[in-house]
Design a protein around this ligand. Sequence first.
Ligand code: PMP
Length: 284
Amino acid sequence: RTVYVNGEFLPEDRAMVSVFDRGFLMADGVYEVVSVLDGKLLDFEGHLVRLKRSLAELSMDNPLPDADYLTVFRALVRENGIVDGLIYLQVTRGNPGDRDFAYPPAGTKPTLVMFTQSKPGLAEAPAARTGWRIISIEDQRWARRDIKTVQLLFPSMAKMEAKARGVDDAWMVEDGLVTEGTSNNAYIVKNGTIVTRALSNDILHGITRAAVLRYAAEAQMRVEERSFSIDEAQSADEAFVTSASAFVMPVVEIDGQAVGSGQVGPVARRLREIYLEESRKAAI
Ligand code: PMP
């Protein structure tokens, strides 16, 4: 695989980052994941806008002009023959010097890494037909979940807990209300109304969320942006999650209890179809 590091395209075994890099020592970095379908990028613009917001929130320099991100993404897709898959992009604060809690001086070059992951048939995931089973877990992440940092240890712990309990994922709960999934935004459907938590610092502002809510409104579906509890989710008609890599993924069981019929519901199925169709059309 060819990867991109700080302006160079290199074979993956020759791509190196300093042991003093603050991404490595302090999780001082942000990332994005963009889907590729049929060799084209989904929601590219949205991911770029969010990347720049994450960088600005952490006073980190943007390492590339906007147009260059698209050029590098396309070069990696071509170079690695990606038909369906993901592009991972990470910017860390770099650091040529010693370990220190204070940021390095302004003008220090950030570290920029991008690589592809091939996922043949990404849009035809068999799980989309059966749905995910999930558990709930107390949300123990830091309070700035709107910044897409590489500090992913708690979501990893939650994912491992889900695995240990034989299910697909976990929804995190704070003050009795669902924040989001380990790596996705969470939704329920009741009497045809789609309910998802409103944007704030408590959750990541999902790019797929924004697209799905837009398509739902265009299709005259009712949407309410408000918080909900696990109890409410368990008595909903449907549940689902969205993310750049899972698109719209139905959730059919929460903490051992079936949601609605326990089968994939019509709203989640339809939103998945609409999302895939519309974002393929808009892909670049
Ligand atoms: N919430 C969290 C915590 C995530 O990690 C992700 C995926 N990176 C999402 C939501 C979904 O965001 P997006 O639709 O932009 O992939």
